[in-house]
Ligand binder design. Structure first.
Ligand code: PLP
Length: 444
């Protein structure tokens, strides 16, 4: 009798590493969704990646649809990004002083986004946390409004879920911490509202408008799957905030330089003629390194130390290697890249729709710009409650059938499928070939 692992053939090394990892790290991972808890099975430990492909420690290659959860717009190991990073590393990796690439990246983003000043941090979490502190410091108010299903990183005040009165009672204190470790006092100044619900927003501002420091929203939610803002919704939010002296904080950590070259704002604000007071960025602008940012109106940003009184800092903020990777990535992210992402996205979406329809699996595919996701529910999803009506076991079956055929989807039904400029015909064909059998697996 043998005591071999129960893992399917071809995942022994990943299974062994997962066991080692679990012995020294909670759940064996450094960010929860990587553990495959939502889909079951053994997470693949990736040894290398190039273009559209991941290769795991057992030597299996997968077409990557995670894209590092957004950053890898150009694909993995892009030669020009690699070369720029190698040169930056050769010059030294961190000085704790001002540097050239951070100025260049700041100028690049300020020239593209509707912001006048920017401050770099190391993660999207830090960006939203700092934006909220700045909004409170600038306005002298304490309440923060967010939407259910929008994720802004693991900021205490934003790890809040709404109570059962979500739709009707937008009272301070309607939000309770969504995790142990966040005291009720950290979320009692957070109001949680249903997404795309103008009436709820109007009621919250009518009641508490003079106490609201800011409203923060994902520019287009991507963390409950892709739920586009209803036409005019972001403009309405910007206008409502302005009317009440609150700041409108548009979180473009995921959509920035991804949904379009100008992010989600390029799809609505730039067309409709409004701008957020503050914005947050991450993912693509870090080129696969830990870099993120927040920026906005000059007068608001001037409140930030050392220019103003609101404190904010970071040992590795504006790191020269990370900002070099980000700058090189953004310079390579031309309109042609987004045109191409639209094209391959349309092919993959059509393939998924066809396969799921043929197998009789209820599904809805939603997009904003080049970003899209596949919901395992037959109804259009406009808010978090709708996203939660998905058939999660069907997604798990679909996920594993795709994985077995060499496609690595995000291990959760609540995520966008991230393509890159490196998803060429071979990668796309590999996806299309796998879809019918995966749809059949989901139907069972
Ligand atoms: N905001 C949004 C919209 C995000 O999607 C994320 C991460 O997924 C964050 C903030 C947090 O960023 P990070 O994981 O870099 O802390």
């Amino acid at each position: 009798p043998t005591t071999q692992t129960a893992a399917p053939a071809g995942t022994q090394r990943s299974a062994h590493l997962f066991a080692r990892a679990r012995a020294v790290t909670p759940g064996g991972v450094n960010s929860p969704v990587r553990a495959f808890d939502a889909v079951g099975g053994t997470p693949r430990f990736i040894a290398s990646a190039r273009g559209a492909w991941l290769t795991d420690v057992d030597g299996t290659a997968y077409v990557d649809l995670i894209g590092s959860w957004g950053p890898m717009l150009l694909g993995h190991a892009h030669p020009e990004v690699q070369a720029a990073v190698a040169e930056a590393v050769a010059r030294g990796t961190s000085y704790g002083t001002p540097t050239v690439p951070e100025v260049e990246l700041a100028e690049e983003i300020v020239s593209r986004a509707p912001i006048e000043a920017i401050r770099f941090v190391s993660s999207g979490t830090e960006a939203t946390m700092s934006a909220i502190r700045l909004a409170r410091g600038f306005t002298g108010r304490d309440l923060v409004v967010k939407f259910a299903g929008c994720y802004h990183g693991h900021v205490d005040a934003l790890l809040a879920s709404a109570g059962s009165g979500l739709a009707t009672f937008a009272e301070p204190g309607n939000a309770s911490p969504s995790t142990p470790g966040v005291p009720a006092s950290a979320t009692e100044l957070t109001l949680v509202l249903p997404y795309n619900d103008r009436t709820a927003v109007e009621a919250a501002f009518a009641e508490h408008g003079d106490r609201i420091a800011c409203l923060i929203t994902e520019a287009a939610p991507g963390n409950m799957g892709v739920v586009p803002p209803a036409p005019g919704f972001n403009a309405f939010l910007a206008e409502t905030c302005a009317r009440h002296g609150a700041l409108f904080v548009s979180d473009e950590v995921m959509t920035g330089f991804r949904a379009s070259r100008l992010g989600q704002w390029g799809l609505d604000g730039a067309v409709e003629g409004w701008r957020p007071d503050l914005m947050t960025f991450g993912k693509v602008m870090g080129g696969g390194f830990p870099a993120a940012a927040f920026g906005g109106r000059a007068d608001v940003m001037a409140a930030l130390s050392p220019q103003g009184p609101v404190y904010q800092a970071g040992t590795l903020s504006g790191n020269p290697v990370a900002t070099t990777a980000g700058l090189t990535t953004l310079r390579l992210a031309t309109e042609e890249v987004y045109t191409y992402l639209h094209q391959v996205g349309d092919v993959v979406k059509a393939g998924a729709a066809e396969a799921l329809a043929a197998a009789g699996v209820p599904h809805t595919i939603q997009s904003t710009g080049t970003m899209f996701s596949v919901f395992f529910t037959g109804e259009a999803v406009t808010d978090f409650a709708g996203a939660q009506r998905q058939d999660l076991p069907a997604y798990a079956a679909f996920f594993h059938a795709m994985l077995d055929r060499g496609i690595h989807l995000p291990p959760s039904a609540y995520e966008a499928w991230f393509l890159s400029a490196a998803h060429d015909d071979r990668a796309v064909q590999t996806i299309l070939d796998a879809l019918p059998a995966a749809a059949e697996a989901a139907a069972r």
